[in-house]
Write a protein that binds this ligand. Structure first.
Ligand SMILES: NC(=O)c1ccc[n+]([C@@H]2O[C@H](COP(=O)([O-])OP(=O)(O)OC[C@H]3O[C@@H](n4cnc5c(N)ncnc54)[C@H](O)[C@@H]3O)[C@@H](O)[C@H]2O)c1
Length: 333
């Protein structure tokens, strides 16, 4: 099968290899000419300097990329998603299945990628939507290390098709789900908690604090997922707690690293700018905070992080305010 990937960064090029291992033909579209050249001429992953299959091709030409296949994998940072979709929509001439692998929420609107796709793509060219998410560092999947993801769609057939497209028996296991809201929301909001976990470590705290933040953070993810209409069990699955575990404690996570730098005293913008790959978590903090306000949710960790991001207090003050909250019963519902 032919598959087009929009965005050939760390994750897009890694997924291209997984698809190629399953004998699919992949064309990547990226706006970065240096990446495209690296893939086409040197057959090297743009971020990891690892040799990738020679059959993976890349282009800067969106028309060529859209003509190549009926399956479009969206893998650009969420902040670019709307404008990328507007460009795609203006060039569509046939129905496409959209597979989103980006993890984020649009902070200005609190919209998930599925909602943006629904708004932007003309109905006659919309051939379905699947979100593919879960605990997955590109740094590991590119080395074909065992990974599990979940493919969620409101149409069972589409989720199944994507499961079969990506899964292989050697290193990539894919589950299906019908909970698009839960999978998209968990994948986005876990980045907010990952930043906080990094901040705590940067402030000199230890494993106890990390466990506290991950565990209480999952409660906040559950609250947001359920408020938006997703299922609680999805937040406890691969796309929620699974992804939080892998993101909130690993130097491979740019969100965790961004938090670490903030905790060590760097300004928020400087910390984001110091990382070469996209950091979705700062926007996820803002989106999570706005959703919490709208639905009147109790989100102490995200609210404290929001104050830091907004310059209303320092990371240390935010931590002190979290610890100083009134004592209560431990509840997860
Ligand atoms: N890196 C990972 O391990 C990983 C794993 C799972 C999911 N994700 C998600 O995938 C998304 C992309 O992450 P990444 O790590 O690949 O980021 P990245 O910064 O490495 O790559 C993003 C790519 O998108 C390209 N791009 C930006 N605007 C574009 C446009 N208008 N048209 C085409 N290409 C454009 C950039 O040139 C870049 O190559 C994020 O939402 C991230 O959360 C990443």
């Amino acid at each position: 099968m032919n598959v087009t990937i929009i965005g050939g960064g760390a994750w897009g090029t890694t997924l291209a290899q997984a698809l190629t291992d399953n004998s699919h033909s992949v064309l990547i579209r990226d706006i970065n000419e240096a990446f495209v050249e690296k893939i086409n001429k040197r057959h090297i992953h743009p971020f990891f300097d690892i040799v990738i299959p020679t059959s993976i091709k890349a282009t800067t030409d969106l028309d060529e990329a859209l003509d190549f296949s009926e399956i479009i994998v969206l893998c650009v940072p969420t902040k670019a998603m709307r404008s990328v979709l507007v460009d795609i929509n203006s060039k569509l001439t046939s129905k496409k299945l959209f597979i989103n692998v980006s993890k984020g929420i649009e902070p200005e609107t609190s919209k998930r990628v599925s909602e943006i796709v629904n708004e932007v793509i003309k109905k006659k060219y919309f051939g379905g939507y699947v979100v593919l998410s879960g605990p997955s560092h590109a740094e590991e999947l590119i080395l074909r290390k065992a990974t599990a993801l979940v493919a969620a769609s409101v149409l069972k057939k589409n989720a199944k098709d994507v499961q079969e497209l990506f899964a292989n028996e050697k290193y990539l296991r894919v589950y299906t789900s019908d909970d698009v809201i839960g999978v998209e929301t968990g994948g986005a909001i876990k980045n907010a908690i990952a930043i906080v976990s990094g901040v705590a470590f940067g402030l000199g705290l230890g494993e106890n604090a990390r466990a506290m933040l991950i565990t209480r953070g999952i409660k906040e993810i559950v609250s947001i997922v359920v408020a938006l209409g997703g299922k609680m069990e999805t937040a406890y699955g691969l796309s929620g707690i699974g992804d939080l575990i892998v993101t909130a404690s690993s130097m491979n996570s740019r969100n965790y690293q961004c938090g670490l730098r903030i905790g060590k005293g760097m300004g928020v913008e400087e910390a984001v700018g110091s990382l070469t790959q996209s950091v979705e978590g700062i926007r996820a903090i803002v989106a999570g905070y706005e959703i919490g306000k709208k639905y009147n949710l109790d989100l102490p960790i995200i609210s404290a992080a929001y104050k830091v991001v907004n310059g209303q207090c320092s990371a240390k003050e935010a931590l002190t305010s979290l610890l100083g909250r009134s004592l209560k019963e431990e509840r997860y519902w």
